[in-house]
Every structure is written in structure tokens, then in C-alpha cells.
Design a protein around this ligand. Structure first.
Ligand SMILES: [Zn+2]
Length: 370
């Protein structure tokens, strides 16, 4: 059977990873590896972390009654608590927890729908609660084709992770996004009131576990820790890249850049924004981004071709000049003429290959590109 939980987060508590950790500890049956899935970042009611959780459990139908009681005692009371949207600090949504149970894993199509757009609740399986049922079911449906791992520990009181432990973990080749390479700031400890002490990401389960143990040695007191298999850094939210040619480019208020009235490079997207500023009409680029209300929010960009038109150089090394419309060009020094009026030369791109926003501005789902 597949069990999922989502949307329990609020300002007053109810962090979904911790709610799920407690549920796993209480389960009266065996279970498989816990899974943490990030879903479509624009889901209207998304809660702060937007992590949905799921696990395969080895139980019979009697588990339904047990889950029903657990739901009423522990998860349902979290409904209605206020959480802040990730889009705007002012936008607030009451949490609307959901729990789902399926006898067989739901079709992966449902996961793809929920990670790339808006999904409606499924109409089968055992379901408890409200909006959270969508994420809970989508997490159950995740086929886990591209996976990374995250080890999470929850704090008892203060949040404190030692620099020494962080450095050891950051130097492990299997971990990623532990520090922002530009500012050297640690990225494992979240900000704000949530009970997470740290979340450390790795490309395999064993390394995630090792990183957790290392960080725990240098942390303040915790109430528990667990390693989750995740779809973070999978790139699952974007089906394919887009290649296009620059027709128009506008610098917007706040430093954002919009290309062709369609591709939006936010000011805080670092090198992505710089690339967009650098591009000129006629340049070719490839990009990854999410379509939101008709615009592509850029998450990565690669400059493919950029040229500039210049007057040809004369044999003597002087740049030729136009003699007037349709009259060709002439060297101002030795008076040689040419019928080739323009010469195309390549501009050297500001960056080579793919560029992405700084580590702390990337989406959880964004793949690391090189
Ligand atoms: Zn000349």
C-alpha cells in the first residue's frame, strides 16, 4: 500500500516532514523508504516548503482504521493554521492537510501532471482531508526515475549547526548545495520558525546518512532525523528546453529583463539575468523555464549564437565606410572599395554553456547543469 501526506505546514508548526516522521514512528507496520517530493512551484495554495511525503507500507486493510484515528488525533487538528505563500510574504493561506492511501501505486501520469501543472484530487483510494490530498497522492504516484536524497533533522530548541561539521559535509563529493559558493554561506539550515535543524542533500542514500551523522555531532539538540529519497534536483518540473531568437529585449523596473515579451529573467537570478541583459536582437539562446500566465520564468539559459555586423576591414587594416545607400563601402585611407557592405563577426558570449541562478535562489526541483 502507498501512504501520502501533504499541506500540514503553518506558521504555528505542523512542518510536513516532521508530521510524517512522527507518523512513520507510530505506524504499527513495516514500511519502505520515505520519499519527499517537490511539486509544481506555482500551485496556487502551495505552502512554504511545498514538500509532499509518501511511503510504501506493508499492511492489510486493518491499517485504514488505525490511520483514521491517527488522522483525527494528530493531523486534522493542523487544518486552518496560517501559512505564508512562497510567492509573497503577505499572501497567507490556511493549511489544508491531506492524507491518501492506495492499495497499489497510482499511475505515474498523476505525478507528472502535479509536478508540471495544476492537478485535481484523484477520485479513488482512501483519502482524508482537503487540498493536501493532491500532493499526497502525487507523491505516492512518483515513479522515482531521477532521485537524490535529503537527510533532515528536527531541532528540540535552538537551531545551531557548527561550521566545522558543515565544512566536512560540504567537502564530501556526494553532497550538494551545502554552501553558496559565492558567499560561502551555509545552505543546510533553513531560516524562520520551522522545526528543521538542517536538511542536507546528497546523490546517494549512504552519503546522506553519513552527512546527517556528521552534522548531528556539531548541532544543538535534536528530536530525530531521517533520510528521504527525493525528486529534488531532478528537473522533473520542466519537460524540455526551448530554443529561440531575440526579437525584443526590455529592462523592467527592479532590474528584471524580459525577452520577446515572454522570457522573464528576474533580477535575483544572477548570471541568468546578466546573460539576458547581454543578449542582443538576432542572438540565439536555449533556456529552461516554467510557463506561468503566458510568460516563461527562466531557470537556466545558454547563449547559442551571437553575432554583430560590422563594415569590412580594408587590406590596409582600416575599417571601410559606407559611401551612401546602395553605393558600397570605401576605405577612407587608401580609397579601395568593396561591394561587400557588411561583415558578420561572432560576439564572445559573456558565459560559456548553461548558467543558473545562485544556489540559494534555485528551485528545489532545478537540476544542476554544467
Ligand atoms: Zn585601405
Amino acid at each position: 500500500m502507498w501512504l501520502g501526506v501533504d499541506d500540514t505546514d503553518s506558521l504555528e508548526g505542523g512542518c510536513t516532514t516532521l508530521v510524517f516522521h512522527d507518523l512513520l514512528n507510530a505506524l504499527p507496520c513495516e514500511h519502505g523508504e520515505p520519499r519527499l517530493t517537490r511539486l509544481w512551484p506555482f500551485a496556487a495554495r502551495r505552502t512554504r516548503g511545498n514538500a509532499a511525503l509518501s511511503v510504501e507500507i506493508f499492511a492489510d486493510d486493518s491499517i485504514i482504521e488505525w490511520l483514521d484515528k491517527y488522522w483525527k488525533d494528530n493531523i486534522e487538528p493542523l487544518k486552518g493554521m496560517i501559512s505564508v505563500s512562497e510567492h509573497s510574504e503577505r499572501e497567507q493561506y490556511p493549511s489544508d492537510p491531506g492524507m491518501t492511501l492506495f492499495t497499489t501505486q497510482p499511475d505515474e501520469k498523476y505525478y507528472w501532471r502535479a509536478v508540471r501543472g495544476k492537478a485535481e484530487p484523484l477520485d479513488f483510494g482512501h483519502q482524508w482531508g482537503g487540498e493536501g490530498r493532491i500532493g499526497a497522492a502525487a507523491s505516492c504516484a512518483w515513479p522515482a526515475l531521477t532521485t537524490t536524497w535529503e537527510g533532515i533533522a528536527w531541532r528540540k530548541g535552538v537551531r545551531e549547526v557548527s561550521e566545522e561539521s558543515l565544512t566536512i559535509v560540504d567537502n564530501m563529493p556526494e553532497t550538494f548545495l551545502c554552501r553558496d559558493p559565492r558567499t560561502n554561506r551555509g545552505l543546510v539550515a533553513p531560516r524562520g520558525p520551522c522545526p528543521v535543524m538542517f536538511g542536507v542533500r546528497a546523490t546517494d542514500r549512504y552519503s546522506a546518512q553519513k552527512a546527517v551523522e556528521t552534522l548531528l555531532e556539531g548541532s544543538a539538540e535534536t528530536i530525530g532525523s531521517r533520510v528521504f529519497c527525493t525528486n529534488q534536483a531532478s528537473g522533473d518540473h520542466i519537460e524540455s528546453s526551448i530554443t529561440d531568437v531575440v526579437e525584443t529585449k526590455e529592462l523592467l523596473k527592479g532590474g528584471h529583463v524580459i525577452i520577446n515579451q515572454r522570457y522573464l529573467a528576474f533580477a535575483e537570478s544572477g548570471d541568468v539575468n546578466k546573460s539576458a541583459q547581454w543578449l542582443e536582437e538576432g542572438d540565439q539562446f536555449e533556456c529552461l523555464g516554467l510557463n506561468y500566465e503566458g510568460q516563461i520564468h527562466l531557470e537556466a539559459i545558454k547563449i547559442l549564437k551571437s553575432t554583430k555586423k560590422e563594415r569590412p576591414l580594408c587590406e590596409c587594416g582600416t575599417r571601410m565606410k559606407s559611401m551612401g545607400k546602395g553605393q558600397g563601402v570605401r576605405c577612407p585611407k587608401c580609397k579601395k572599395t568593396s561591394s561587400e557592405v557588411w561583415q558578420e563577426t561572432n560576439r564572445i558570449p559573456i558565459f560559456d554553456g548553461w548558467v543558473q541562478p545562485p544556489a540559494d535562489k534555485r528551485r528545489h526541483l532545478a537540476k544542476t547543469l554544467t
